[in-house]
Design a protein around this ligand. Structure first.
Ligand code: FE
Length: 344
């Protein structure tokens, strides 16, 4: 759009996540949404690349008969089948949907970083598949062949209708609710629920001292994803403050219903991953873990918890949820990370 020449300065109080002034979009400072700038800096401090992590031990374990059971092999391949395409879906949503509708330049700065991180994650899965000598066609096409993965992706991608439409514009009550719904679906459900049970599978391997290179890749990914989730939650909560009229009781109930549908899809996925259970984890334990995670996500956007269950995998909260001083990344080959920024 053309820029109008003016000496009138931007009023920072007018800045909005969506529906802000057009001229505001290219002026990073002064800044209003400080959470986005913090997320951008944290992302930079956490920079990593998949090829820095040694896969040697994983390759030996995968090739030696008897180290991994058939169930463990199936579980690893199924979570890779989900992972390999999930970050591409997330990346497309950032670039093709979120970015052009967001009018906060600091949020756009973070989205540029986030988009790159999604590419690194897809690279990591490709690197695991290649290192282990898995059939790329099989793993990367699983989202179209395995019902439990297809149904998750189908659920998520359905919400891009409208938002991806080049004619879609924010600025009406319906469109703004649609956009907010997109944030809930992509950040809270895709990044906040659909990834986490697959993360847990990988840490199940790690706890058995199996596939530790793959698990380390996933630890880095999980650290990035927890930032993506936080950013999405911050965007949703800020839109709620900036446009409180959108957060109607009906809309809140709709978001709860979406999360509950996602929990059912994720439990079905867990059954596909663990037909009989591995590492003392089975679909029943996973159901409770998914419900526990879903409640936490709902609470963070101010919605009522639906399940009220205890965390059945307390070791996961050590690995994921808590801000800890422990360095999880001591096996790292090279270091970008400086000082105390390793806390989550
Ligand atoms: Fe992400």
């Amino acid at each position: 759009m053309p820029i109008s020449k003016t000496v009138t300065r931007i009023d920072i109080n007018q800045r909005r996540i969506i529906n802000g002034a057009d001229a505001d979009v290219i002026q990073l400072y002064p800044m209003k949404h400080l959470f986005a700038w913090e997320a951008y800096n944290t992302g930079n401090a956490n920079h990593w690349l998949p090829t820095e992590i040694s896969m040697q031990k994983d390759i030996e374990q995968w090739r030696s008969p008897g180290v991994l059971s058939d169930d463990e092999r199936k579980a690893l391949k199924t979570v890779l089948g989900f992972f390999t395409t999930a970050d591409s879906i997330a990346a497309n949503n950032i670039v093709l949907a979120f970015y052009r509708h967001i009018t906060s330049p600091e949020c756009r700065m973070y989205l540029l970083r986030q988009g790159y991180e999604e590419a690194i994650h897809t690279h990591a899965y490709q690197y695991i598949v290649e290192s282990l000598g898995l059939d790329e066609g099989e793993i990367f096409n699983m989202y179209r062949e395995v019902d439990a993965i297809y149904n998750k992706d189908e659920f998520i991608l359905g919400f891009n209708e409208g938002i991806f439409d080049p004619a879609f514009k924010t600025g009406t009550f319906e469109a703004d609710q649609k956009f907010l719904e997109n944030i809930v679906v992509f950040s809270i459900i895709l990044e906040g629920i659909f990834f986490y049970s697959s993360f847990a599978v990988m840490f199940g391997f790690q706890r058995q001292n199996k596939m530790i290179g793959s698990a380390e890749q996933i630890q880095y990914i999980m650290r990035d994803e927890s930032q993506h989730l936080n950013f999405g939650i911050n965007m949703a909560n800020t839109i709620k403050e900036e446009q409180p009229e959108l957060w109607t009781p009906e809309f809140q109930q709709r978001m709860i219903d979406l999360v509950k549908r996602a929990v059912v899809l994720e439990c079905t996925f867990a059954k596909e991953v663990f037909p009989t259970g591995i590492f003392g984890m089975n679909a029943e334990g996973f159901k409770q873990y998914i419900e526990y995670i879903a409640d936490r996500r709902l609470a963070r956007i101010g919605l009522a918890q639906q399940y009220n269950v205890a965390n059945p995998f307390p070791w996961m909260s050590e690995a994921i949820d808590l801000s800890k001083e422990k360095n999880f990344f001591e096996t790292r080959v090279t270091e970008y990370q400086v000082g105390g920024a390793l806390e989550w």
